[in-house]
Ligand binder design. Structure first.
Ligand SMILES: CC(C)(COP(=O)(O)OP(=O)(O)OC[C@H]1O[C@@H](n2cnc3c(N)ncnc32)[C@H](O)[C@@H]1OP(=O)(O)O)[C@@H](O)C(=O)NCCC(=O)NCCS
Length: 199
C-alpha cells in the first residue's frame, strides 16, 4: 500500500451535496469543545473532555497527516456556507500491511436525524477506499447505541461479532458490537501490491 506523504494529495476539503469536510482550524475550538464534552455525544465514545483537553485534542488533530498506524486523523463537518462545526469524522489505520482502518464519528444533537452523519461518512468511506486504497474498514459500537448501529448498517457495514460485557459505563456492563465493510471494488492483493508491501 503506498500512502500519500501528506494530506495535500487528498483533494481536501471534501464536498457532498450539503456538507464540507475539512481539517481542523483554530476557529473551530468552541464548537469542538461542545462535541467533545456534551454528555449525550460522549456517552459511547470516551468521558467528556475539559477545555484544556480539547486544546490538546485540536492541536493534535491539526498536525499534518503522516499516515502512521494507530494515530487518529479527523475531518470537521460543516454545512455548506456555514462556519459552525456540526460533527467530526475520524479514522485510524489499524494495519497498513492489511490495508485496514477503523472509523468513528460524532455529531451535535441538533444536527442528528437529518442524514448528515450518513452523508459525511459516505464521503469518508469513499476517501478511504478510493483514494487511500484500503481493503477493509471496521467500527466498534456499543450494542445499545442504536443510532450508530443504524448508521453503520446504512453505510453497508455488517456485524462481525460481539464482545460481551466489554465496557463498564454509567453503572452498567455494556456489550460491544464489531462491524466491518469490505471494499467490493478491490480485487484483492495483486502481485505488484505484495511486492510493494514487502519492499
Ligand atoms: C451515531 C450518530 C452520528 C448517528 O447520527 P444520525 O443523525 O442518527 O445518523 P444519520 O445521518 O444516518 O441520520 C439518520 C436519520 O436521519 C433521518 N433523515 C432525515 N433526513 C435525511 C436525509 N436527507 N438523508 C438521510 N437520512 C435523513 C433518517 O430518517 C434517520 O432517522 P432514524 O435514524 O430515526 O431512522 C449520532 O447519533 C451521534 O453523533 N451520536 C453520538 C456519538 C456516537 O455515539 N458516536 C458513535 C460511537 S460508536
Amino acid at each position: 500500500l503506498s500512502l500519500p506523504a501528506n494530506c495535500s494529495a487528498l483533494n481536501l476539503p471534501l464536498e457532498t451535496s450539503r456538507l464540507v469536510l475539512r481539517s481542523f482550524q483554530e476557529g473551530d475550538f468552541e464548537d469542538t469543545y461542545i462535541l467533545c464534552s456534551h454528555p449525550d455525544i460522549c456517552r459511547y465514545i470516551r468521558p467528556p473532555m475539559t477545555r484544556e483537553q480539547v486544546v490538546t485534542h485540536i492541536a493534535d488533530r491539526m498536525q499534518p497527516w503522516t499516515f502512521e498506524e494507530e494515530k487518529w486523523y479527523s475531518l470537521t463537518v460543516k454545512r455548506k456556507g456555514a462556519s459552525r462545526v456540526i460533527g467530526e469524522v475520524v479514522f485510524r489505520l489499524e494495519s497498513i500491511a492489511d490495508r485496514r482502518a477503523e472509523i468513528g464519528y460524532r455529531f451535535h444533537p441538533d444536527a442528528q436525524g437529518k442524514g448528515y452523519a450518513l452523508e459525511a461518512n459516505k464521503a469518508l468511506v469513499a476517501l478511504l477506499f478510493r483514494v487511500l486504497d484500503l481493503h477493509k474498514l471496521v467500527a466498534y459500537c456499543h450494542s445499545v447505541n442504536a443510532a450508530s448501529r443504524r448508521l453503520l448498517t446504512r453505510l453497508g457495514f455488517t456485524e462481525e461479532g460481539c464482545k460481551r460485557d466489554h465496557m463498564f459505563s454509567e453503572g452498567k456492563w455494556l456489550d460491544l458490537t464489531l462491524y466491518g465493510l469490505i471494499n467490493k471494488s478491490d480485487e484483492g492483493l495483486s502481485r505488484e501490491m505484495i511486492v510493494s508491501i514487502d519492499s
